[in-house]
Design a protein around this ligand. Structure first.
Ligand code: FE2
Length: 317
């Protein structure tokens, strides 16, 4: 199986216009259908209305039509029905309940960012000029939807669905194997599933150019929403991405990130790095290698009881 891209997601929230306005102000642009994206990738986040916040769809790509057939067979084996129409497979996530769409294709390539000239000890490359970030009148906009993090009490079944059903590759596991970083691209993770009180989206993550872009974008959010800060800036151990987590107006947490570990040789990663429990003494442990640690609200988000009640009312596990 060869999934090769996380194309876009759909978020269901109570007030879609409020969330759309937030992202239009913070660097995303709307396409003809009203979805949000960037100059390179027009559709990355769609927003619909519902009575509670949740991920309502995840759109992936794969290399060819035989991948769809294999995924469909694997899903059938685990009791999940799917439909292939043309070059698109659709199914429903059996745990979270969102729609999964997989189409033959691949993500649109990204334009490389303008290079900054950064001075270092013994390496003065910007002389007689101020740093370019000072001259940027607005933050560099988000570039791409990079990953989604989901929490659920049914984390083992959910992880099995994504790894053995859809074909996500495991990059790392923590919490004695209960929490799993998975990828479909070269990013260390496009999806992380961890134990949680109820099935919910923990955060979605937008890649930006670099640490300056994270800092300026985060500060722009705080200028309008002073209570939006959750945790940052820091650098994660697993994935190594520089992060800043904030909340959007819908109550979803999101992340601005840059400089994530890239995995292009799956066998090398499998052989030398993958599937260890990094909580032990033989590897990096914890939330960040530098920067603040996660607050209690990072995992136990304040509206989980409300989400649990909404899911129960719809018969979702
Ligand atoms: Fe993240």
């Amino acid at each position: 199986m060869a999934l090769n891209g996380l194309l876009d997601i759909e978020l269901a929230v109570k007030n879609p216009q409020e969330l759309k306005d937030f992202w239009l102000k913070n660097g995303l642009i709307a396409d003809a259908s009203g979805s949000l994206g960037t100059a390179d990738r027009k559709k990355q986040i769609s927003i619909v209305e519902d009575t509670y916040r949740h991920l309502s769809a995840m759109h992936l790509s794969c290399e060819n039509e035989s991948d769809l057939a294999l995924i469909s067979r694997n899903l059938t084996d685990m009791g999940v029905s799917s439909v292939i129409q043309g070059t698109t497979l659709t199914c429903t996530d059996p745990i979270f309940g969102h729609q999964i769409l997989i189409e033959v294709g691949k993500p649109t390539p990204l334009t490389a960012p303008p290079v900054r000239t950064l001075n270092g000890p013994g390496n003065a490359v910007r002389v007689g000029e101020r740093a370019d970030v000072l001259g940027e009148t607005s933050p560099r906009p988000p570039r791409r939807l990079g990953h989604v993090v989901l929490g659920t009490p049914h984390f083992e079944k959910a992880t099995d669905f994504y790894v053995n059903g859809l074909g996500f590759k495991v990059s790392d596991q923590v919490l004695n194997g209960f929490a799993t970083f998975m990828r479909v691209e070269t990013d260390h993770h496009n999806l992380f599933i961890h134990p949680g009180f109820t099935s919910h989206i923990n955060h979605y993550a937008l890649e930006v150019d670099d640490v300056d872009a994270i800092g300026k974008a985060g500060m722009a959010v705080l200028a309008d929403r002073p209570d939006a800060n959750v945790v940052g800036i820091g650098r994660h151990n697993l994935g190594a991405n520089i992060f800043w987590y904030l909340t959007d107006p819908s109550g979803n947490m999101f992340e601005f990130f840059s400089d994530m570990d890239q995995i292009t040789d799956d066998e090398d990663w499998e052989r030398n790095h993958c599937k260890r429990d990094w909580e032990g003494a033989d590897g990096p442990a914890g939330f960040s290698v530098w920067g603040p640690k996660e607050p209690e609200s990072f995992i136990n988000q304040p509206d989980l009881l409300e989400i649990a009640a909404a899911r129960e009312a719809r018969g979702l596990i």
